[in-house]
Design a protein around this ligand. Structure first.
Ligand SMILES: Cc1ncc(COP(=O)(O)O)c(C=O)c1O
Length: 463
């Protein structure tokens, strides 16, 4: 990604008119040119799109055909590439990123000081530790169980501490292997589909429908309240389900999750429930799938400290595989997952684990709630902005994402329009699946002044 500072607004003003802006595209006629304050920055070097070197020698190793099925780049590097290209075009632009969903606020000191202490301890004989338990430190596993799953029958040994939910999604795919079929919400966080493609679970990408063969896309739209009509969903082995949802921001209620668990049980499927945003929940919806009776026999849950404590760079998450969850031959899923973890992963780094433990102390929990509260205020500012402009806006209440509808428009066109005219990076909804077409996702992760400035520019553009 381009190395640049987006924090301080400069003083000069440019009009962001360009030939691309003037070109007869499908841009909305409501859109205006926005005066944007800029500051001069250094030369931008795009590292997201490495230059193709001339091939002088080729090995005899054939490319993994599943890799070749993947479409373009992974969504977020592609956005980083476009942002870098934009900066090359407008080197002085004050670009604001409300795109990839990376956290921006500092990690509370109660958490970093615990990590610093553990880190310094590594320089002492008493404090040194090498490889730890692959499943995570006992104390942290116990703290995760009691903080997030108290009275739900989830125990310390059901928890596997990891270096993040995304890594666990891939390890879960490794566990399931190539011969399973999976279902995803459409739209959904791209890692589920892409890891499925890489594992060889899918057919080719079908351009006409923008879907991979052999994946069941469960359409989630405003019309169905972003919960799929399960009566039309085919049976699959695995069902990835994320609530509160990235990207739509929608959260499933108790009744809907009860339906989902029942559906999985009737079909003998396994749900992989992604609760990476559970602490953002304001409404009285379940924070974990294990609040639903019977879920322990059909569900795995993956989660993360990334969006709670600003651990996107620190890296720490966990996955719950209940001992009650069995394969069709009666073998416990957790035993195989343990084998995967021991083979492919040597356990989460000890320093983040000290941080994770601090997160779950009373002071740490309070500090995390404050950070989450800050992002929730950002969300409200963004929701209010788009509402005031007359857009239909979804999400926001239970997740740090705002899902804005641009009916009849291509989401990449809207993404480009916003970037071109306001220098704000968003995420095109179609990057999350065909069901995201016509939407953009605006992330609430940003410094307050940047969120306010972005909203000012949105108002200029669409008023
Ligand atoms: C739904 C969802 N799951 C998982 C992740 C990845 O989390 P981690 O940073 O723990 O890998 C993200 C990150 O944006 C996410 O949105």
């Amino acid at each position: 990604m381009a190395a640049m500072n987006t924090n301080n607004l400069g003083t000069s003003t440019i009009s962001s008119l360009s030939s691309a802006f003037l070109a007869p595209t499908s841009f909305n006629s409501r859109a205006r040119s926005v005066p944007v304050r800029v500051k001069r920055i250094g030369v931008i070097k795009c590292v997201a799109a490495p230059q193709q070197e001339q091939t002088v020698y080729q090995t005899n190793v054939s490319r993994n055909a599943n890799m070749a099925k993947l479409q373009a780049g992974y969504l977020f590097p592609e956005i980083a590439r476009r942002r870098a290209a934009h900066l090359q075009k407008y080197p002085n632009a004050q670009v604001i990123s409300l795109g990839i969903g990376d956290t921006t606020e500092p990690i509370p000191e109660v958490i970093t000081s615990a990590m610093a202490k553990r880190c310094l301890g590594l320089s002492t004989l008493e404090g040194y530790s090498g490889y730890g338990a692959e499943q995570g430190e006992k104390l942290l596993r116990a703290a995760i169980a009691s903080t997030f799953y108290s009275n739900l029958g989830i125990e310390e040994d059901d928890i596997f501490v990891s270096d993040g939910a995304k890594c666990d999604i891939s390890r879960l795919q490794l566990l399931f292997g190539s011969n399973v079929k999976m279902a995803v919400q459409d739209p959904s966080y791209p890692a589920y589909v892409d890891s499925s493609v890489i594992m060889g679970q899918t057919g080719q990408f079908q351009k006409d429908v923008q879907k991979y063969g052999n994946i069941e896309y469960m359409r989630c739209t405003p019309e169905n309240g972003f919960f799929p009509d399960l009566s039309t969903v085919a049976r699959t082995d695995i069902i990835f389900f994320c609530s509160p949802n990235n990207p739509t921001g929608a959260a499933a209620n108790r009744d809907q999750l009860t339906q989902l668990v029942k559906f999985a049980k009737e079909n003998g499927s396994i749900i992989v429930f992604d609760s990476a945003y559970a602490m953002y929940m304001s409404d009285d919806n379940p924070r974990t799938i294990f609040e639903i009776p019977g879920a322990k026999e059909v569900a795995i849950e993956t989660s993360s400290f990334s969006k709670y404590a600003g651990f996107t760079g620190v890296r720490l998450g966990w996955t719950v595989v209940p001992k009650q969850l069995l394969f069709s031959d009666g073998f416990p899923v957790a035993k195989d997952f343990n084998r995967i973890v021991c083979t492919c992963f040597n356990g989460a780094s000890n320093i983040p684990q000290a941080g994770g433990l601090a997160c779950l102390s009373p002071e740490g929990l309070k500090a995390m709630q404050e950070v989450i509260g800050f992002y929730k205020e950002n969300t409200k500012i963004i929701v209010d902005t788009f509402n005031s402009l007359g857009f239909k806006v979804y999400g926001g209440a239970n997740a740090p994402y705002v899902w804005v509808h641009f009916p009849g428009r291509s989401s990449w066109d809207v993404f480009s329009e916003i970037l071109e005219k306001t220098h704000v990076v968003t995420t095109p909804g179609s990057g999350f699946g065909p069901g995201g077409e016509g939407f953009i996702r605006v992330s609430a992760f940003g410094h307050r002044k940047n969120v306010l400035e972005a909203c000012r520019r949105f108002k200029e553009l669409y008023r």
